[in-house]
Design a protein around this ligand. Structure first.
Ligand code: AMP
Length: 213
């Protein structure tokens, strides 16, 4: 099962991807998470990507495609995976297509999570992360068991730099201009389904399960 989750930043792709990982036992491949790991470890890629990320800009396509080629060739991808945050541009979608042909694979489903900009801005302002693990919470919609700290480690939760309001607005602009056109790209392949991303987390998950099964 190879699933691509498309939708605005902060639209719940990561949350839904994690629920699908549990259900189908296939990996979540989040370019954002992989990049944050590179930034933390200060790898060559991390040093190149850091500034783009902090400013809410996209990391250049060639860096992303190299990174994803390595990732999709790993053994754990053989049974399937959930793509979260990639592709985000037409060149990335074309690059992915070439890569899938090389790997003799194809995407089964593209799930579009639909959420309005104003709801995204509301949501992002409540988002908190546990830096070390990448676990994401929301003060209202998905609060930690104890206020301000991670459920598993009890360490402090923080606001990601790229979740600041002015950066969120930039990321939304880029989403509409650059990423949203990919829906049409995949529509021509007849694999697109829409899901209302304003529903409760569990309801959205159920709907996605219906689509993929
Ligand atoms: P995310 O966690 O998916 O919202 O990604 C955080 C940031 O990482 C984005 O704002 C971009 O700077 C960068 N990023 C993640 N995925 C991609 C991608 N596919 N192409 C370009 N930049 C990306």
């Amino acid at each position: 099962m190879k699933i691509l989750l498309l939708g605005p930043p902060g639209g719940g792709k990561g949350t839904q991807a994690k629920l699908l990982v549990k259900k189908f036992n296939i990996p979540q491949i989040s370019t954002g998470d992989i990049l944050r790991e590179h930034v933390k470890k200060e790898t060559n890629l991390g040093l190149k990507a850091k500034e783009f990320m902090q400013n809410g800009e996209l990391v250049p396509d060639n860096l992303i495609l190299n990174m994803m080629e390595k990732r999709l060739k790993k053994n754990d991808c053989s049974r399937g995976y959930i793509l979260d945050g990639f592709p985000r541009t037409t060149p990335q979608a074309e690059g992915l297509e070439k890569l899938l042909i090389k790997l003799n694979q194809n995407l089964d489903k593209v799930i579009v999570l639909e959420v309005d900009d104003k709801d995204i801005i509301n949501r992002m302002s409540g988002r908190r992360v546990h830096m070390e693990s990448g676990r994401v919470y929301h003060v209202k919609f998905n609060p930690p068991k104890n206020e301000g700290v991670d459920d598993l480690t009890n360490e402090k939760l923080v606001i990601r730099k790229d979740d600041r309001p002015e950066t969120v607005e930039r990321r939304l602009k880029i989403y509409h201009k650059t990423t949203k056109p990919l829906i049409d790209y995949y529509k021509s392949k007849n694999i697109v389904s829409y899901v209302n991303g304003n529903n409760k987390i569990e309801e959205i998950h159920k709907r996605i399960r219906e689509i993929v099964s």
